[in-house]
Design a protein around this ligand. Sequence first.
Ligand SMILES: Nc1ncnc2c1ncn2[C@@H]1O[C@H](COP(=O)(O)OP(=O)(O)O)[C@@H](O)[C@H]1O
Ligand SMILES: [Mg+2]
Length: 290
Amino acid sequence: MTAELVRSPAPASGSGDRSRIVVAGKGGVGKTTLAALLARTLARRGQTVLAVDADAQMNLAWALGMPPFEATAIVPLSDNADYVEEKTGARPGSGWGMLLRLNPEAEDAVERFSVRAPDNVRLLVMGSLHQAASGCLCPENTLLAGAMAAIALRPGELILMDTQAGIEHFGRALARGFGQALVVTDPSFNGVSVALRTARLAADLGIPMVHLVVNRVRGPIDIERVEDYLNRADAGTRPAFASRHLLPEDERVRAAEPAVDGLLDGTVSPFGAAVADLADSLARIAGRVR
Ligand SMILES: Nc1ncnc2c1ncn2[C@@H]1O[C@H](COP(=O)(O)OP(=O)(O)O)[C@@H](O)[C@H]1O
Ligand SMILES: [Mg+2]
């Protein structure tokens, strides 16, 4: 049951739960496509999936295949912060996590603020997350951290969070709760550079398993090129990836836009088949370490 996603709070320190997976990497490398297809694939295999859209563009709903009229009607959680402030007189900054925990009416926040996407995937849209120049944790970010911390998962339940680019603006409190990071890149030098930086940061923030996903691979030359870029990174600072995955360039991805429905049958889509393998491996890790 999806409702089971919301229960007692997770440990305040965050446990690096392997069932919490964050997707990061340079813009345009395929994070949203991957997050949506993983969510749908895992849901079809019996997992209860909460997809979290932490990108201000808010395009995960479309990728998940929600009908346009439903996707455009979604009210992001950041807008609900104003509602909470109105009701309680308090800006739900650092107090939001507490509020979710202590206020019985707010306990079902995910259930109330999330929407149902195809294959019973639950979608929580965070809205705009800002970072002040000072690097402070702004209320919206704390809101996200609080909301994530308030969600506890049982076996067979997974959180998949799609991000704008990196994870630097999330802060320690949020990142610590995530047990796996998928760092996505295309076979470009810039993509790999951002991936390396992101992976280092993810490790520094305490995410125990960081996987490298190379998307849009057209052939052996792309693989060699990525190897070369990775090897150029200073050996001392090169992150240790828990695993590496290759996802092929696939004309069907674009043809399927904006949704991933056309890719769910791995027999017709090479990208879909590769993502299904990745889904299996993530589910295995989540199941094993729980
Ligand atoms: N394996 C692939 N083959 C072909 N096109 C892809 C592939 N992966 C992603 N794309 C295309 O790349 C573009 C960017 O993908 P998107 O998932 O929005 O990236 P991000 O979320 O990282 O910004 C989209 O047009 C998408 O259809
Ligand atoms: Mg995206």
